[in-house]
Design a protein around this ligand. Structure first.
Ligand code: SF4
Length: 290
């Protein structure tokens, strides 16, 4: 079987930076303990488990907001994840006298700054993102007059906005889905200012899948189901390259039935997937014999 490792894949600069920040915190004996992370530092359970083994406490309850998670912390250091968070969370950490460590990716921070600028100019903001995702939660918490758009239907259901409109988005969306949503927004609000904020790492990983999958029999996407950029890589492969595609967390999830008659398989991974997890998948496929 021929294996095509798609390039680029795996860790993006924002994830590398976030992991580095946690490692530095662990190595610094002067930092107040315990060290908490508010949510998954990056959306991959192997990375989270690695830090748990080193004594870092990840607070991750899908039924609680970042603000609610903070309620239980009375001392120590709190790390904000790569996805960023809302200003109220930063304020509350400081108000509680906790030590704040910010691992927000610079691309996420840039989107938040843009939203702030346009709100200050009196604009309404349409934020295209995923409900419940920490990046969306952070963007929506910046102020009033921000409307979450997940689908084209959400645009039509929104009460008519007469103010100036600024449109931006979560950094890890599908480039193809976003094109369609932006197009529909321009039909309803031709005057809207649109700023595509899909980050460069997400874009080049998605474009590489579109380019590499034109003649493969199967595509394997390695990553955690919590990871938005991983699930979008898989969706893009399936829906826009018509390639049978499976998303797996590790080599243990591969089902040999998928490989029956497969001559050529491509492999990619989300921006938060550790390199060694993907390498094990590639090695398994290279050695596989029916
Ligand atoms: S996927 Fe993009 S926005 Fe998210 S952490 Fe990586 S570089 Fe930053």
């Amino acid at each position: 079987m021929q294996v095509i490792p798609i390039t680029p894949r795996g860790y993006c600069p924002g994830v590398v930076k976030a992991i580095h920040i946690v490692n530095e915190a662990i190595a610094n004996p002067l930092l107040p303990r315990p060290i908490y992370i508010l949510g998954m530092i990056v959306h991959n359970r192997f990375v989270v488990d690695h830090f748990t083994q080193k004594g870092v406490i990840t607070l991750n309850d899908p039924h609680k907001s970042r603000l609610e998670l903070l309620e239980d912390i009375t001392q120590g250091s709190v790390i904000i994840t790569a996805h960023g968070t809302l200003p109220e969370v930063f304020n509350k950490i400081r108000a509680k006298g906790l030590h704040l460590i910010d691992a927000t990716c610079k691309d996420v921070a840039k989107t938040h700054d843009l939203i702030k600028d346009y709100l200050n100019k009196g604009y309404h903001v349409l934020f295209v993102g995923k409900q419940g995702h920490p990046e969306s939660e952070g963007a929506l918490g910046i102020g009033e007059n921000i409307h979450l758009i997940e689908t084209i239907a959400d645009i039509d259901q929104l009460p008519r906005i007469d103010a100036n409109i600024f449109v931006t988005n979560q950094t890890t969306l599908s480039i193809r889905d976003l094109e369609k949503i932006f197009h529909h927004i321009t039909l309803v609000y031709p005057q809207a200012i649109i700023n595509d904020e899909i980050c460069n790492s997400t874009r080049i990983r998605q474009e590489a899948v579109l380019k590499s999958n034109h003649d493969v029999d199967l595509c394997i996407v390695v990553g955690d189901p919590h990871s938005n950029n991983t699930t979008n890589l898989a969706k893009l492969s399936l829906n826009h390259t018509s390639t049978p595609t499976y998303m797996i967390e590790s080599v243990l999830d591969i089902q040999t039935a998928w490989l029956k008659g497969v001559q050529k398989v491509s492999v990619t991974s989300g921006a938060s997937t550790p390199t060694e997890i993907t390498a094990a998948v590639i090695q398994f496929l290279q050695n596989y014999q029916e």
